[in-house]
Write a new protein. Structure first.
Length: 332
């Protein structure tokens, strides 16, 4: 069984889907089940709304292949616009996908609420980063004898990625006790928060390891890769009570509704730092990759059994017709 990921990969700093799928491709390659040439793959894993035109072409041309849909969104909640893109995603899930993978339970429930149909084969698998890059090796030792270092990251400059909250922190955070860095693209110019442009994964991991606490205020984020990367580098997190954040952070941080709560939670985490850090319980890429592989394998096995059963029933039907014809002519 060979797997192809239908996605245009970007080698530089890019969005969360790109980063996760690169790590998943690496896992499949090391397991020797990845196939670059789509012709030679039995499985095509496609991602959300990407490659629509190619999907239609490949579904027509390779109808015997198995198409697995990794669902994002709902996009309309993230972008705060119309549901046209989500409607197309739901159509592709219905007419092209043999199986569906959701990235969080929140994403699954919201997509179902907005109209996606349950697939006969579906599951929920959280994301994970490349563990060779995002890990706790050589990270900064925590100390209350210095300023506590906070970091937020985002590839997208969409205002809904939490920038109103970061702007509030830029004016209200006590910078005599804390320092804060934002890494990524931003629509604002900060006065007190240090801004670093987007970094490739290895350099981003180094930046995360130089900090103590991660903050994300992104809205309707189904499975934030930036949050997952930060947790994997050992940073407790303060997250907005929205999207998949609460289920990802679990006991490894705090969840806020109002901006003022962030200040309270910063002190709380600072005073109980190692308790929060020890509560980081996210799966590594090997475990996540293995879940993808086992789910895909189970779908493949079921489809093969169905194909064999259909073939067997067809042969039985042919043999039955032969028997009837033989009996008919033998009685003439």
């Amino acid at each position: 069984m060979k797997i192809n990921i239908l996605f245009e990969f970007n080698n530089g700093p890019y969005g969360g889907g790109n980063q996760f799928l690169k790590a998943l491709k690496k896992y499949f390659s090391e397991k020797q089940v990845y196939e670059e040439n789509i012709i030679n793959a039995e499985i095509i894993l496609f991602n959300s709304h990407h490659q629509f035109s190619k999907l239609i072409k490949y579904k027509k041309k390779y109808s015997d292949k198995i198409f697995i849909h990794r669902i994002d969104g709902p996009i309309f909640l993230i972008r705060n616009d119309n549901m046209l893109l989500d409607s197309n995603i739901y159509k592709f899930n219905r007419f092209i996908a043999d199986a569906t993978i959701f990235q969080s339970e929140w994403s699954k429930q919201e997509n179902l609420r907005l109209g996606i149909e349950n697939n006969l084969h579906q599951t929920t698998i959280i994301n994970a980063p490349n563990s060779e890059v995002f890990n706790c090796k050589n990270r900064l030792n925590f100390s209350q004898e210095r300023k506590i270092r906070i970091i937020a990251t985002s590839w997208s400059a969409n205002i809904r990625k939490g920038f109103e909250v970061y702007k509030w922190l830029d004016k209200n955070l006590d910078f005599s006790k804390y320092e804060m860095t934002f890494c990524g693209n931003t629509p604002f110019v900060f006065e007190n928060i240090k801004h670093i442009k987007p970094l490739p994964s290895n350099l981003l991991a180094e930046q995360l390891k130089k900090h103590d606490i991660f903050i994300t205020a992104s809205q309707k984020d189904p499975c934030s890769n930036s949050l997952i990367e930060a947790l994997h580098t050992g940073l407790p997190a303060i997250v907005l009570k929205d999207g998949g954040h609460p289920e990802i952070v679990a006991q490894a941080g705090e969840v806020f509704d109002k901006n003022e709560e962030i200040i309270i939670f910063l002190d709380k985490i600072k005073n109980n730092y190692f308790k929060y850090q020890n509560n980081i319980k996210l799966p590594q890429m090997n475990e996540v990759g293995n879940k993808y592989y086992n789910f895909i394998k189970s779908v493949y096995k079921t489809k093969q059994q169905q194909k064999n059963t259909k073939k067997l029933n067809f042969m039985k039907s042919i043999n039955l017709h032969k028997s009837i014809l033989i009996h008919k002519f033998s009685t003439l």
